[in-house]
Every structure is written in structure tokens, then in C-alpha cells.
Design a protein around this ligand. Structure first.
Ligand code: SF4
Ligand code: SF4
Length: 351
């Protein structure tokens, strides 16, 4: 048995957990022994996480609790040492302040931030202290800072116009460019958070990031390029109205406002709620929540994106739709002519 604080996992179970985690991340199974070694090592002194909550609806914590590769219990009890998390810890009030002070004293922790940071004095306080001040202090001493969910990345929904509290993402509020790993979406997919932490633990470095600070392994492809409805888009078959026959057929949601052509993330592969489903599969157009300023930038959500290019030439989806309608009309007309000619022929034969 592994010697692990509070864990009864056998080595075999532990390696299975490691393998399952890698598979869930789409990483090579060859890394399993390395991950198991890293996690075993971590088990003796698990990576410390301090989880801060600012302006948000706690949706990312809810999302994490739904994780099962590994489960939130395994993550919190076996892999990480979550030393401070306001939603799941028993301490409150002064006792919670003391827990936080103790957790950050060693400057040896990963800081996970959930929620945007109000920057107008008095608009976001915890225990009489400004959220901005707490963020500066705790993020400033962390080994790494991971901003989870759109609110922590760029303010998200709470920062939608007019944003009277001037809520900003961690990177913007603290000007920590290069130090923050951004995991947007509303909420974050738990696999991406677990994957990022597992990657840092296994590889001893930050995963490769894109220009917006997002790990490329989770935000490296457009939803549109990975979407199961893509053949309908390419074929010009669109849903024009909810409740229609075309919707029941699972046609492309572009004309109902799908932002998949401009949203970068692995949503079609990672999925949500134990991989049960995801937005487009349940019939909702993608709202583009993996992108910066998505609430203002992509509103109104059910209006279609302008001029989305198609793979074959400079045609837009609209033109293809019209083209198809004309082609279909021509085909119907042609079919009617043939039928009429054939009918006449049959009548002639009878005579
Ligand atoms: S527009 Fe949306 S529904 Fe259509 S193929 Fe692209 S991502 Fe899928
Ligand atoms: S499919 Fe679109 S709206 Fe849904 S979580 Fe992914 S990026 Fe956000």
C-alpha cells in the first residue's frame, strides 16, 4: 500500500487513477509511470492549493465537484492538499483568516482563483478586506496562479457592461502577465483544471500556452473544427428555428447564433457532467464562453456571426443556403417537368 495521508489506495489503484487521468486528458499512456511516480511523490507532500473566491456564482466549484477522472474527493484528498477553499472547508470567519494566513506563509502553493476582482474600493470585501488586496497578497507569493472560469480570466458575466464595480480578471487586475494560466469557460471544465495541475506535477513546468495564456492542449482547436454537426455546416443544412424538423435532424446551429467558428476549446471532446453531454449536443448554440469578453462581444447570443468563411471558396453560409435553395428549387422544378413528360408518355402508351 502507498503511504498516503488519509488514503487507502493501493499502488495498482493509484496507477489506474494516473492512467485514467492521462486518458481523460488525451495524453499518452506512456506517461502513466511518470505520472504515478510524480503523484506518489506528491502523496508524501501533496502540492498545496490555495483557492480564492471573488465575484462569481461558484459555478466552477460546482463544475469541479462533478469531476470523476479523478473524482473531486480523490483530487482533494489524494492528489492535492487544498489548504484553503471557502466553499468546502469547515472553518469560517476569523478561523478562516487564520487558515489562509497559515496556508500562504510558506509561499509554496499553487493559487487557484475563481471569480473576477472588483477594483472600485468598497465594491468587493471579504472579512473587511478588499478582494483586490487579498488577491495581490496571495497571488503574489504563489508558485503558480491558475485563473479558472471566465470571471477570473477577464471578469466574465459580472464584468458585462456597464460594470460599475470595474471587475477585472486576475491578470488584468494584478498585471501579472506571464504568470497566470488562464482556463476560461463558464464554468471551467474540471478536466482542464485537473489536467493543468497534473501536467505541472508530472512535467515540472507550465503547459504550453497560447497568446491568451490558455494551455494549448485544452484550447488549441476551434469548436467548429471538432463539431459533430460540421458536415451539416459544410453541406449548407442549417436549423432556422427552434422546434423545427431541421432541429430534430441535428442540423448546424450557425443561423441560431452558434459561435463555434470563433470559439477555441476542447468542449466537444472533454464534455461535461462525467462526459454525459455538452452545449451543442443538447441543442444549444455555442455562446463562445471560452473567448475574452464573450458576454459583450458575442451578444445577442442568438444572432448569427457575420461572414463565416466556408472551406470551399469565399461563399458565406447564407449564400450556400440560398444556393442550395435555388438548386433544390431547380431540382424540384426539373423533377416536376420530368414527371409531366413521363405522365404524357404513359398516357400516349395507353392510347
Ligand atoms: S456553426 Fe456551430 S453547430 Fe455548426 S458546425 Fe460550427 S460549431 Fe457546430
Ligand atoms: S460549447 Fe461554447 S458555450 Fe459551451 S462551454 Fe464550450 S465554449 Fe462555452
Amino acid at each position: 500500500m502507498l503511504t498516503k495521508r488519509g488514503s487507502g489506495l493501493s499502488r495498482r489503484e493509484f496507477v489506474q487513477l494516473a492512467g485514467g487521468t492521462l486518458a481523460a486528458l488525451g495524453m499518452s499512456g506512456a506517461l502513466t509511470p511518470k505520472l504515478a511516480r510524480a503523484l506518489t511523490k506528491a502523496a508524501a507532500g501533496r502540492p498545496k492549493v490555495v483557492w480564492l473566491h471573488f465575484a462569481s456564482d461558484t459555478g466552477c466549484t460546482e463544475s469541479l465537484i462533478k469531476s470523476d477522472h479523478p473524482s473531486a474527493g480523490e483530487l482533494v484528498l489524494d492528489i492535492l492538499s487544498v489548504d484553503y477553499h471557502e466553499s468546502i472547508m469547515a472553518a469560517a470567519g476569523k478561523q478562516a483568516d487564520e487558515v489562509l494566513a497559515k496556508a500562504v506563509a510558506g509561499k509554496d502553493y499553487i493559487c487557484v482563483v475563481e471569480g473576477g476582482i472588483p477594483t472600485v474600493p468598497g465594491h468587493g470585501m471579504i472579512g473587511g478586506r478588499e478582494m483586490l488586496e487579498i488577491a495581490k497578497e496571495v497571488c503574489g507569493s504563489a508558485v503558480a496562479v491558475v485563473a479558472i472560469g471566465s470571471c477570473a480570466v477577464d471578469g466574465g458575466v459580472p464584468a458585462a457592461k456597464p460594470n460599475p464595480s470595474r471587475i477585472l480578471g486576475v491578470d488584468q487586475a494584478l498585471n501579472m502577465k506571464g504568470k497566470v494560466i488562464n482556463l476560461p469557460c463558464c464554468p471551467v471544465n474540471p478536466e482542464w483544471l485537473i489536467g493543468t495541475v497534473v501536467y505541472i506535477t508530472t512535467m515540472g513546468k507550465v503547459p504550453e500556452l497560447d497568446g491568451k495564456g490558455r494551455p494549448k492542449m485544452f484550447y488549441g482547436r476551434k469548436i467548429h473544427d471538432n463539431c459533430p454537426r460540421r458536415t451539416h455546416f459544410d453541406g449548407g443544412r442549417f436549423v432556422e428555428q427552434f422546434g423545427s424538423k431541421e432541429e430534430a435532424e441535428g442540423y448546424c446551429l450557425y443561423k441560431l447564433g452558434c459561435k463555434g467558428p470563433e470559439a477555441w476549446s476542447e468542449c466537444p471532446k472533454s464534455r461535461w457532467n462525467s462526459k454525459e453531454s455538452w452545449c451543442i449536443e443538447i441543442g444549444s448554440p455555442c455562446l463562445g464562453c471560452s473567448e475574452n469578453n464573450w458576454t459583450d462581444h458575442f451578444a445577442p447570443f442568438y444572432s448569427k456571426l457575420a461572414d463565416v468563411a466556408l472551406p470551399y471558396g469565399d461563399l458565406t453560409a447564407d449564400k450556400i443556403g440560398i444556393g442550395l435553395a435555388v438548386a433544390t428549387g431547380a431540382a424540384i422544378a426539373g423533377h416536376a417537368v420530368l414527371k409531366a413528360v413521363k405522365g404524357k408518355g404513359d398516357e400516349a402508351k395507353k392510347e
